[in-house]
Write a protein that binds this ligand. Structure first.
Ligand code: DX5
Ligand code: ZN
Length: 226
């Protein structure tokens, strides 16, 4: 199921104004976002702290967007239920977070949430091969996780292509998301390689006009200056 139509855009609230978070979520929904991406960092798996299930729960009633929760947490199992209850629609866990990724993904599904497997830049694509039957999405990190505003790693394009082939070979409808350093230019490279979900923090929340920013990511064209 190669990506034929325009990619889904998932703004990451990591780059939003945390003092006005509910308004920031409403703003991207109004601006045409498809999903909302929420980055959860534990200060251990990644060298940063961000948010917990309370914030996800607080935002849930104010938005109709699917909540795409990216857990950069190890070990992760004891937090899956909390994020499912908080209103996550998708939960991504890292293949590197171990030790029992297969069981963790089953836990996500058991809670009625769509499971995704996230993969860091240094990890080869084959590392997720044995769990593709369990996931609805592969989240390819195109930066090292932990911070917004980093530069897209073009070295990951070959991995996106390989994972697209692996996903299609299953015969199941598995999305490929890309996360980190997505701009209109890198969005085009990623979608050409087979990605169909674009996660973007800086390229949406760092821009003055969210609707224009989202449209630029969808079309791969940088917004024109007024
Ligand atoms: C990084 C996070 C990303 C981050 C992307 O660890 O997983 O979702 O918000 O930010 P940008 O788009 O600024 O690279
Ligand atoms: Zn993320």
């Amino acid at each position: 199921m190669a990506a034929l139509s325009s990619p889904l855009i998932a703004p990451s609230v990591l780059s939003a104004d945390f003092s006005r978070m509910a308004d920031e979520v409403a703003a991207v929904e109004k601006a045409g976002a498809d999903w909302l991406h929420l980055d959860v960092m534990d200060g251990h798996f990644v060298p940063n702290l961000s948010m917990g299930p309370q914030l996800v729960q607080a935002l849930r009633p104010g938005s109709r967007l699917p909540f795409d929760v990216h857990l950069m947490v190890a070990p992760v199992d004891s937090y899956i239920e909390a994020f499912a209850r908080a209103g996550a629609d998708h939960i991504h866990i890292h293949v590197e977070a171990g030790p029992h990724t297969h069981r963790s993904l089953q836990h996500v599904r058991d809670h009625g949430v769509k499971p995704g497997i996230a993969i860091c830049p240094a990890t080869p694509p084959e590392a997720v091969g044995e769990v593709l039957d369990l996931v609805d999405m592969i989240l390819v990190m195109t930066v090292n996780p932990g911070f917004g505003g980093q530069k897209f790693l073009t070295s990951q394009l070959a991995k996106i292509r390989t994972l697209r082939e692996m996903a299609d070979a299953t015969g199941r409808d598995i999305r490929i998301g890309v996360d980190g350093g997505i701009t209109p230019e890198t969005a085009m490279l990623a979608t050409q390689a087979g990605a169909d979900v674009l996660i973007a923090g800086t390229s949406v929340y760092g821009q003055a006009d969210y609707a224009q920013a989202i449209n630029a990511l969808r079309t791969g064209e940088a917004p024109r200056r007024a």
